[in-house]
Design a protein around this ligand. Structure first.
Ligand code: GTP
Ligand code: MG
Length: 198
């Protein structure tokens, strides 16, 4: 897919104030610092469309980016950031939950996990929650440039085995990516394109 345009539209903390055009959208969620905003920039081929940082907790709002005038990439705050106060955590949780449960334009979410880490309860619980609430998602492994191919294979298998063990009939679709070397870009965009065409 060729990216002809990528434009920031709006940031907010209220699902009711997200763009009301009937265009399909794709949201990126996962632990703070996993690489959500970097992946959005990599997919859109724009260096700083979404704001990134080496410090976790950078993205704080629901951010809509319009691509090729006919679909949206949505950057979300991360979960599991220990230095956010309890009050802020609850506020975050509420509007992210509302976003996933209420946003009709959301056709697929991507749950990002750092390929270097073994399956973590917080991620498995989040995927469980998505499954129970009927929110379709695919898994994106990030930072693949940090591991050799054999280790990548091993980590992916660990996750898929864990998901099956947690009583999933089949594991969701998954992609291995790196925002540094752009690997996985074509696959993720082809997946999005496919859904957009339906
Ligand atoms: P929050 O907004 O805080 O939730 O973080 P985020 O998930 O949006 O992460 P962000 O894209 O800001 O990236 C976090 C850090 O990881 C930055 O220092 C990025 O440069 C780095 N990073 C992101 N993707 C990759 C990748 O594919 N490879 C490597 N090596 N580093 C990456
Ligand atoms: Mg971010």
């Amino acid at each position: 897919m060729k990216i002809k345009s990528a434009d920031f539209v709006i940031s907010n903390s209220d699902v009711a104030r997200c763009p009301n055009e009937p265009l399909p959208e794709y949201a990126f969620i996962g632990r703070s610092n996993v690489g959500k905003s970097s992946l959005i920039n990599m997919l859109a081929e724009r260096k700083s469309l979404a704001k990134t940082s080496g410090r976790p907790g950078k993205t704080q709002l629901i951010n809509h980016f319009k691509i090729n005038e006919n679909w949206f990439l949505v950057d979300l705050p991360g979960y599991g950031y220990a230095r956010v106060s309890k009050k802020d955590k609850n506020t975050f949780q509420k509007y992210i939950t509302n976003y996933f449960l209420q946003r009709e334009q959301l056709v697929c979410s991507f749950v990002l996990v750092d390929i270097r880490h073994d399956p973590q309860p917080i991620d498995m619980e989040f995927m469980q929650w998505m499954g129970e609430n009927g929110v379709p998602f695919a898994i994106i492994f990030t930072k693949a440039d940090k591991l050799k191919p054999k280790a990548i294979e091993r980590q992916v298998k660990k996750y898929l085995d864990q998901l099956i063990a947690d009583l999933w009939e089949e594991a969701p679709p998954h992609f291995v990516t790196s925002s540094s070397n752009r690997s996985g870009r074509d696959e993720v965009l082809a997946y999005i394109d496919d859904i957009n065409e339906k």
